[in-house]
Design a protein around this ligand. Sequence first.
Ligand SMILES: Nc1ncnc2c1ncn2[C@@H]1O[C@H](COP(=O)(O)OP(=O)(O)O)[C@@H](O)[C@H]1O
Ligand SMILES: [Mg+2]
Length: 466
Amino acid sequence: MTLSGITRQASEMKDLTKVDRIGAHSHIRGLGLDEFLQPKKISEGMVGQMNARRAAGLIMQMIKESKIYGRAVLIAGEPGTGKTAIATALFKSLGRRTPFTIISGSEIFSLEISKSEALMQAFRKSIAVKIKEETEIIEGEVVEITIDRPANGTGNKTGKLTMKTTDMETIYDLGQKMIDSLTKEKIGAGDVIIIDKSSGKITKIGRSFTRARDYDAMGPQTKFVQCPSGELQKRKEVTHTVSLHEIDVINSRTQGFLALFSGDTGEIKAEVRQQINEKVSEWREEGKAEIVPGVLFIDEVHMLDIECFSFLNRALESPLAPILIVASNRGITKIRGTNYESPHGMPLDLLDRMIIISTVPYTEDEISYILKIRCEEEDVKFTEEAFILLARVAAEKSLRYAMQLITTANVVHLKRKSKEEAIDVGVIKRVYSLFLDVHRSSQHLEEYQAQYLFHQTVNNDVEMKS
Ligand SMILES: Nc1ncnc2c1ncn2[C@@H]1O[C@H](COP(=O)(O)OP(=O)(O)O)[C@@H](O)[C@H]1O
Ligand SMILES: [Mg+2]
């Protein structure tokens, strides 16, 4: 295991970008706190739930100052009171530098690996290792690229790349791989670029000012930069951030980091992890690496069973533990895998380690604001009357149900090809009758229970009620 091996594979991996879709929490951009960490009533997509947000703000501060690790926080409250929303907000507020892993309690049962392995992987995804490395780079302005096509039309291309700084000019030989990267990054004469000598990675910094005149037809997104001065080849210190899990995978499999994409990482041997822990602490002592504990968020934690809970108890004591945040909407209920009842469906010894943030139901005003934000997020407009009806549905049925109506109403509205931009009351009534909320659906079940299979009336999984 070498430093540069890990950083090379990790940086290749990070080149892939993720797509952002409009999801249930896509309107949330942060906790919405002011400089004194006090929540503003409506900010960054968050509305109300002031106490819980204030508490989350304190946790955020402690995480940022790296004051706590191996601690646990429980967010408890009824369904739909914003527990997942607050965790998402914390994730956004912390920014990308803090590793943050989000899993749902039930997820770990569906993988092809054991429950404790799945939890262990989640733990190690939440701890980042910042590796400092000196690399050789070539930084300068491209003067000319010439590519010689092989005479018979097949085989590898070769070519020459001329680069300059304000002080010197050099010609480099190009192989097939470099030619491909240059084409992929659309590099041409006049671009200022950096080539990482060890990995061959090319980064375009911008266009040289000296070329600004020739290209007035270029878009406003073009960034102009000075032609660099001094030597073309330089040494530069770069930091790469990788998670412990990524290091585990890179070192445990022949196919290396590719397994991270397929998710087919299999069980990682305890010895491999042990070796990695030792190596990482060695690097840390030598000042080559820094460990950044992040956050592991387990939503719907009541879905875990007693074995998972005891794993969590133990894992929190390891010196390489992240901060664990869990959410539960259960009141006093059975811990899975046992016959014991306990608050939030979690064993008392684990609860005892936790600090608890509780969320409370929203007022009608708050509900109405959240709906408004959702309408903006989904780019859907309602008439005033229709919006009032929607808010009433949210207050009487549930916030989540009303949010579903926004999306479905929009589909119906677009289908009707109405000339009006705003959706009217009729459409809401239509989708309200098409899709049942939980309350009406259970009423329906009670009326027609005899016709359904496997009907039973006992329900021993109680959700929290205020
Ligand atoms: N305070 C809030 N501000 C903005 N949106 C919220 C707020 N609380 C909840 N939401 C939104 O309402 C919906 C339900 O909340 P959610 O966080 O899923 O509830 P829970 O996890 O407690 O069951 C989600 O789409 C969420 O983004
Ligand atoms: Mg939730």
